[in-house]
Ligand binder design. Structure first.
Ligand SMILES: [Zn+2]
Length: 113
């Protein structure tokens, strides 16, 4: 802690670019970044139209995972599945469609029958 500037002064934060945000996004969603980086990512998401939808989607997915905690699929694998779906989805269309959620649900639901 170098200087206590107060919470309303974010000027000391250097801006992150989209790639830097992308690599921190899971930890951000999990709340596992150091407070300074949380603030940096948060500031970036506020104005970046490209990163915000990804964040929002990951956040929703994180909540989706919490609802599925009884599932035996490891979190790492579920994330990998999610990343792959997101990748495919990005190639097809930028919109978040209900069918994406259906695919996500199917991909993480292994013990139904
Ligand atoms: Zn961005």
């Amino acid at each position: 802690m170098r200087e206590a500037t107060g919470m309303d002064d974010a000027k000391g934060l250097e801006e992150l670019d989209c790639d830097s945000v992308a690599v921190r996004l899971w930890d951000f969603v999990d709340g596992e970044l150091p407070p300074r980086e949380m603030a940096q990512v948060d500031a970036h998401l506020e104005d970046c139209e490209r990163c915000f939808p990804v964040y929002r989607f990951r956040k929703a997915f994180q909540e989706f995972l919490r609802c599925q905690e009884k599932s035996e699929v490891p979190v790492g694998l579920r994330r990998a599945v999610f990343e792959r779906i997101l990748e495919e989805h990005r190639e097809m269309d930028q919109d978040e469609s209900p069918s994406l959620w259906e695919r996500l649900r199917d991909a993480t639901r292994r013990d139904r029958d």
